[in-house]
Each structure stands twice: as structure tokens, then as C-alpha cells.
Design a protein around this ligand. Structure first.
Ligand SMILES: O=C(O)CC1=CCC(=O)O1
Length: 269
């Protein structure tokens, strides 16, 4: 296990492969998850790319940090981690709130970003009312009180079978996040609007979405792709909000095809 102290926050991360030898992909995960969600993609890409995984503040083994915190704070954490690891020009793959963090990182530190993979994310996610209702429910009754509703957005019915041990495990992952970290991330998402930032993105970008995503549905992700000059758009079949868990093979194929299509010398393995 690897830990770094960044912006007074202990950040849990993992680095696989040598960044000096290979293009680097950095994975930044979604609300209520830690970096283990990327495992089935990472095992497919390891060897072709160097890979950086980390738990954003308030999730997994990372500290919650000072409250309140914003998407910009998350982006500053990620920039600090990449500086610490001497990683530049990385491909940033952000899932959901991770995609907001990726857009913010691009805005603040474009030198760190070679390409963007915006996965089940948007320029703006949800409404203030929906986030305030979620925050109130979690503060009053805990994360367990929202687990069924969240799982309906994360996974298709085929994945949400009661007898599935994987499904049970991801319910555990959600409910075991620290309440204050979860609530802080909900508030950060509520307060984030990257509409204007998205219009400035000038690196190769792909927007990917599950066809049954209940959190950032395909039409929302398409509207984000349309804000970004030259962005590609891909829909994954039989998939909801977390394709790295539900359809890792399809997601990996899209990531690989995207990265190998970028001009040689930029990100080709
Ligand atoms: O929990 C959800 O509804 C899904 C989600 C929204 C933002 C994020 O990161 O995950």
C-alpha cells in the first residue's frame, strides 16, 4: 500500500508500472467508491500503460480533510499526487465525480493532462435539490438508507441479483465510506458546474456512458461531449453507471481504441 501526504490530507494511491517507460493513465473514481472499482480494467491494461490509482479525499483509505471541500480541492490533491510521482502528460480517466475532477485538473494544470476519458460524467451532475435531499437523508439516517436507490443507478438489474456476491460487495463498498467524506463529496458535486471549462478543453477527449446509466444518462453525457471540441462519444450496452465493474471488457476496448487512435508519440503504448 502506498500513501502520500498532500495538502494536509493522507491520500491512498497505487502505481503500477514505470511512468518513465510508458504512457500513464490515471484513474479517478466516483462518489461512494474507492479505487478497487478499476481492478478489472487495470488488469487488462497493465503492461501497456503505467497506471495510477488513488482514493480521493473522503473515500477509501484517504483522509476526509478539512471541510467543506470542493471539486477544485480534489483537483489540487490530484495535481499534488502527480507532481509527487513526477507524472506529466497523463491520460486522466475520470468516472462520474472523477470526471468533474478531471475537468478541473485540466482547467488548473493543463500541463498534466494529455487526454481525457470522461466516463459516465458530465459538465454538471444533478440538481441542488437532489443533492441536498441526498445529503439530508445520509446525515439523518446514514448511507445505508440510500443504498438501494444508489444501486439502481450504479448497476443494471442483471448485475443487482440478490444472490450475487459482487453486488453484495459493492453495497459494502458504498456503505463503508465515511459519512462526512460522502456528504462533502455530494456538496462538492452540487456546487460544481464545468460548462464553461468543458468548452475550453483542447486535448483529445472521449465521453463514454452506459446505456442504462441512471445518474448521468446518455443524453446528458452526449450534451457534455458536444461542448468539447472534437470529443468522441461511445455508449456501452447492458451497462449502468459503473462500466469498470459491470462491463470492464467493453470499457477497456474503448479506452485502448481511443488511446491508440491518438497520433503516435502522444499516447500510443
Ligand atoms: O451515487 C450516484 O448517484 C452516482 C454518482 C453521482 C456522482 C458520482 O460520482 O456518482
Amino acid at each position: 500500500m502506498q500513501f502520500a501526504r498532500i495538502n494536509d490530507v493522507t491520500i491512498h494511491y497505487q502505481i503500477i508500472g514505470a511512468p518513465a517507460d510508458r504512457p500513464v493513465i490515471v484513474f479517478t473514481n466516483s462518489l461512494g467508491t474507492d479505487f478497487r472499482i478499476w481492478r478489472d480494467v487495470v488488469v487488462r491494461l497493465a503492461g501497456e500503460f503505467a497506471i495510477v490509482l488513488y482514493d480521493k479525499r473522503g473515500h477509501g483509505l484517504s483522509d476526509v480533510g478539512q471541510l467543506p471541500s470542493s471539486i477544485e480541492d480534489h483537483a489540487t490533491d490530484l495535481a499534488g499526487l502527480l507532481d509527487l510521482l513526477s507524472v506529466k502528460d497523463a491520460v486522466i480517466c475520470g468516472l462520474s465525480v472523477g470526471g468533474l475532477i478531471a475537468q478541473s485538473l485540466y482547467h488548473r494544470r493543463p500541463d498534466l493532462v494529455r487526454a481525457l476519458i470522461l466516463c459516465d460524467t458530465a459538465h454538471k451532475i444533478g440538481t441542488a435539490e437532489s443533492w441536498n435531499a441526498r445529503i439530508a437523508a445520509v446525515e439523518q439516517n446514514g448511507i445505508g438508507s440510500i443504498v438501494d436507490a444508489v444501486m439502481e443507478r450504479w448497476f443494471t438489474p442483471a448485475f443487482r441479483r440478490p444472490e450475487s456476491t459482487a453486488y453484495a460487495g459493492y453495497c459494502n463498498m458504498l456503505t463503508r465510506q465515511p459519512v462526512e467524506g460522502y456528504v462533502a463529496a455530494c456538496a462538492a458535486i452540487r456546487d460544481a458546474d464545468f460548462t464553461e471549462v468543458a468548452k475550453t478543453i483542447a486535448v483529445p477527449t472521449i465521453c463514454i456512458v452506459g446505456d442504462q446509466d441512471g445518474s448521468t444518462p446518455p443524453d446528458l453525457v452526449l450534451s457534455t461531449a458536444k461542448l468539447i471540441s472534437g470529443a468522441r462519444y461511445e455508449v456501452i450496452a447492458n451497462c449502468a453507471h459503473i462500466p469498470c465493474v459491470e462491463q470492464p471488457e467493453a470499457l477497456t476496448a474503448i479506452i485502448r481504441a481511443f488511446l491508440t487512435s491518438i497520433p503516435p508519440g502522444e499516447v500510443s503504448p
